[in-house]
Design a protein around this ligand. Sequence first.
Ligand code: EPU
Length: 353
Amino acid sequence: MIPAVDILEDVPLAPHTTLELGGDARFFLRATDERTVRDALRWAARRGVRVGILGGGSNLVVDDAGFDGLVVEMALRGVEEREEGDRVLVTAAAGEEWDPFVERTVAAGWQGLECLGGIPGRVGATPIQNVGAYGQEVAETITSVRVLDRDTLAFGSLAPQECAFAYRDSYFKRNPERYVVLAVTFALRPDAPPAVRYAELARALEDVEAPSSSTVRETVIALRRRKSMVLDFADENHRSAGSFFTNPVMSADEARRVVDRAVADGLVERAEDVPRWDVGDDRVKLAAGWLVERAGMHKGTRHGRVGISTKHALALVHHGGGTTEELLELAARVEAAVRDRFGVTLQIEPTRW
Ligand code: EPU
């Protein structure tokens, strides 16, 4: 049972999001243990109230009308480690802050999360969108995800295959009503070299011989900082949800058409100058930020009290005093510009309430 006093009413959600936008939660509960999460689901089911699960709010766009239901803030803490053969299995509760968690694993000398430093948010969100950056994603190291079934209220755990990880995608993302993520277990390696796969990261480390995981982490954070992709309240672009769109993945033929158009329009001299990644299966990922800029939506573009980041065309930012409506209008302008110029439809990356 949840003491009635723990459920708050009409709680502003904007301060719980990095965009600092959106209306109130009708009901709000901060959960610090698994039983409370389960009791909260039961409480909401009895009243026919819908439930939103909140982590760090760094990948969330809340409507100006707010959330007409119960928001459960995942504040479950705790990290456990155990050795298993040549790996260390580290389990972190959903409410652990992601960046300090990465820092801790890197400081311990473990490999596996070093490229994922500087990302805001909490551990529980990482399997949902298969958080990735600089050539690494959590799907590579997750060995199990502890969950609460939202229908049966049973606790359980999912193996990586059941999580159906893909680029910025998972079973959880496709079926948001099915589970609450309670904890995540990562298999890390004490004696493995760090992952230096992303071209930009490799260039930044070119003069460092055999960089350690902690050097890689620090280098990634420096790269992110230049793009305003770390949470820094002194940065004019700090109210953001990171990349606002995913990078579009398409058939090699479609990608060729986009590239040909860019060459024909004189946007680049050679086809090789269009950033893209071969993702296998004859499919290609293009850089949404590049498309946005070349579609004429430049860094620093303003739309009322929101705009495009001055440092990265893929991040939409809030300058204060704005609304989610303005943000979504700008997103629609960006989408339309890219569609008109390149025939590519961008997908919004953050979760929307
Ligand atoms: N680019 C531009 N203009 C811009 C931004 C980028 O032309 O304003 C070009 C860059 O020059 C580069 C290419 O686009 O050639 C890719 O840019 P970048 O390396 O910055 O990466 P991204 O594809 O825009 C993705 C992730 C980021 C992650 C970086 C690094 C997505 C949606 N975003 O961005 O993740 O940090 O790669 O791995 O996949 C996030 O999801 O919130 C996020 C920040």
